[in-house]
Design a protein around this ligand. Sequence first.
Ligand SMILES: [Zn+2]
Length: 440
Amino acid sequence: MGARRALSTFLAVEGWKRSTGYGVRGTSIWKRLLGVVGVVVESVVLEDDDGVDLLIVAVRPRRGTRPRCGRCGRRAGFYDRGGPVRRWRHLDFAAVRVYLEAAVPRVNCDVHGPTTVALSWARHASRFTTGFEDTAAWLTARAPASAVAELLRTTWRSVTGIVERVVAEAAGRRDQLAGLRRIGIDEVAYRKGHRYLTVVVDHDTGRLVWAGKGRDSAVVRAFFDALGEARAHQLTHVSTDAAEWITAVVAERAPQAVRCLDPFHLVAWATNALDEVRRGVWNTARGGKGGRTRRSVTLKGARWALWRNPNTLTEKQRSTLAFIQITNKPLYRAYLLKEQFREVFAIGGRAGKTLLAGWLAWAARCRIDAFVRLAKRIRHHLPGIHATLDSGLSNARIEANNTHLRVLTRQGYGYHSAEALIAMAMLRRGGLCPPLPGRT
Ligand SMILES: [Zn+2]
């Protein structure tokens, strides 16, 4: 038996290219099984690839379809028959890898010149079919790209390339920046904090709507350029982390928008103040650098107990907190100050403002240096914080988005470019995930 075995009689019981009892020809069965449109199946063979079976399905575009440019989709005239026959990886048939095979003619586009014709089964310049790519993207929106690569028997790099193509296509179809009213502008670090993306989220939908490389006023301007003047003037609220490079551009491009401070960052300020107190107490307890006592060990381990929301504490963390309450009054007071501050944003509105006023009075006379300084800083930013409390922006949602992006960028070392990382973020947080093939 040769390396290629024709499968024509294997599937089409009633005969290849002849009507079956149900009026379906063998070639049509293949086409329907593959889920591809606009093609004619010419042959199906099993090919031996080093002991592994590959199913090779030779196809050609259906006659009568007017050729279009593969890059822009405009109608274009025939140019030539193109180069050698090409293959596209398609979704597996059970354990067997499937490839479509075809010769791709070229057209002469008015804009792009001689280009390969637009195909009904694959995106331009891809080695995968659209069905394969949509499946890979759908899975990647829900699972680690490495798991997707293993399941689909391809590489991590291929998966990220697929995500870039799929997201570019989806972004071209939908205006991500339409109807924005309340947005948040923030930065996220990747490559172990050496590089940054500037991200824009829609507070009303919770979606990531824009991301750009870098963190400076030029990136923020690039966002406002994409948004356009008319839509920038429709913005009612813009939340930021008080960074001058963002707020200055917002004041210039969307002067009417109320400028808020992201509660997520404010709570982080309080958490940092608490950690400063914990480190100070720990250093004293261990009796100077390099020292170690039972108390200092407990305090070192207390970091997570102090950081976490009280309702997510484990039993052990709860007892650590109880221990601190008894043995270390200033640290426990600092913890309460942090928790009370978090509560301000959980409540929001007028009640939140009242609570904040009380908190400021408490912090100012608490005699814990880090919190006295924090109270000063909060007072300095009070108008922006009040705007946040009035706006009713959900801190929980902002925090969830932020956490998701951080998890994503922690894997950032693996991305070959900022663009690949941005595409992944838009797929997962931007609502640009395609439906699974054959389902809508
Ligand atoms: Zn073109």
